[in-house]
Design a protein around this ligand. Structure first.
Ligand code: SAH
Length: 231
């Protein structure tokens, strides 16, 4: 199923997105056509603050509101590819942030449930989804380390903040055959892990490489006070 897109948004800075895709994604290891199409469609510059819009298509993460970050385009593509999405998939994302990765996933899958702990970010992301006419995304404000039991099971789960371990609640909410992608490690650097639920009580784990994400804060993540340590 091809998701709709707005022609005006598509044409807006399209050449920069084509350049981003060629020089940052295809030149590395992004081969999933659905990921590439989605990265072409979604106007990344509309997911950053005004003073960062000039850099929206650069090969870098950028600061967003509330001291958080929007991931580097390549990392978003890598995670989306690792989820091995089908167009019929129901996906949960933890860490809505700017809304960009949820928007990318929403052009590839059936429905996206995304959780953000900071209300201010959730409200900004919601407005962006409305502006772009992306109707298959629901945003929930809360602790994503507990997942979203009422909407489970999920075919794919993406966590876009780094935690000390893989929350068991997320494993429970993964469908058989489902894929979970999550950065696991310490506060500065993590391993991007992919967990597949191969049978009801059988998991396979792979390390997809080293990444740097902002902390996953919650019941099954870091304590909030971690933010104050070392100041
Ligand atoms: N996917 C985002 C990345 C944002 S950074 C994007 O494309 O822009 C990670 C986000 O995770 C931050 O906004 C942070 O507030 C949020 N976060 C951290 N711990 C969380 C938790 N337990 N539940 C939900 N969101 C969390």
């Amino acid at each position: 199923m091809t998701k709709n897109y707005n022609t005006e948004d598509l044409n807006n800075r399209l050449a920069e997105r084509e350049w981003m895709i060629q020089t940052q994604l295809v030149s590395r290891d992004i081969t999933d056509e659905a990921v590439i199409k989605s990265m072409l469609i979604v106007p990344r510059h509309k997911y950053v603050m005004e003073d960062k819009q000039a850099y929206a298509y650069y090969d870098t993460a950028l600061d967003i509101e509330a001291g958080q970050t929007i991931s580097q385009p390549y990392i978003v593509a890598l995670m989306a590819q690792a989820l091995e999405l089908k167009s019929s998939d129901k996906v949960m994302e933890i860490g809505t942030g700017s809304g960009y990765s949820a928007a990318i996933l929403s052009r590839m899958a059936e429905y996206i449930y995304t959780i953000e702990r900071l209300d201010v970010l959730a409200q900004i992301a919601k407005r962006r989804f409305q502006d772009q006419g992306y109707e298959n995304i629901e945003v929930y404000v809360g602790d994503g380390t507990l997942g979203w039991a009422e909407k489970a099971p999920f075919d794919a789960i993406l966590v876009t903040a780094g935690g000390p371990l893989i929350p068991d609640s997320l494993i429970h909410q993964l469908a058989v055959g489902g894929r979970l992608v999550i950065p696991v490690g310490d506060k500065g650097v993590q391993k991007l892990m992919r967990v597949k639920k191969t049978a009801t009580s059988e998991l396979s784990e792979e390390n997809l490489g080293t990444v740097r994400f902002v902390p996953l804060i919650g019941t099954k993540g870091w304590r909030e006070s971690i933010m104050l340590e070392g100041l």
